[in-house]
Design a binder for this molecule. Sequence first.
Ligand code: HEM
Length: 224
Amino acid sequence: MSMLKSSVGRKVIMAVTGLILILFITGHVLGNMSLYAGPDGINAYAVHLRDLGPLLWVVRLVMLVVFVAHIWLGISLTLENRSARPVSYTQKVNQKTSFAAETMIVSGLVILVFVVYHLLNFTLHAVGVPAGTGELMDAAGRFDVYTMVVTSFKQVKLNVLLYVVGMVALFLHVSHGFQSWIQTLGWNNTRTLPAFTKVSKLYAFVVALAYISIPILALAILKA
Ligand code: HEM
């Protein structure tokens, strides 16, 4: 447990859990792109996921532990950093920092609220899903994920807003987070850091844009 006590140990856990979360959001956005192949694309993809059976539950459990650990340590490191500096600097000189870096705790908490809403929305169909849409089946007898997602965005405008806000927070968080795990693990140097920073921002931008395209295109052009 000494790893949890030292702040370096906790930063390493933040970095490793952050990397696993990055793998998850990458996999999830690629899976979501199957929506653009129409109902046959995403409905078949959802069946494949469910076919994993017990393995799906193992992955879900691991992801839950990783997510909770990342949030817990993120909050505790932020609180400690604050109490280590009880009196704020009269003249705060930020060395090479950015808006994204300064607001990690805020963007992180917005993502947490987003994920809770998202699970209530598309997994449990408890909020933001028009009546009856959560139980639809397609012609092949599969759960109609396509119609549920597209109709929800078309009919519940609040969904579009919440997803866009969530994805802006995801962009900010990942654009800083991606490069900071490289720093924590010590794989950076003055030559590689600027390149990592660029890759990090580009990655976050592409992923956030791909996610955001779904509510926007559902609202604008996709037919349900
Ligand atoms: C426009 C953006 C997004 C769309 C359209 C979307 C769509 C979906 C859908 C349809 C499901 C349910 C799949 C099913 O039950 O068959 C789902 C599950 C999920 N999504 Fe997303 N998602 C989006 C963004 C995100 C983001 C940014 C995250 C994480 C930061 C996320 C995390 C999850 C999680 C944890 C689940 C539950 C997975 C499970 O059931 O095991 N989603 N998403």
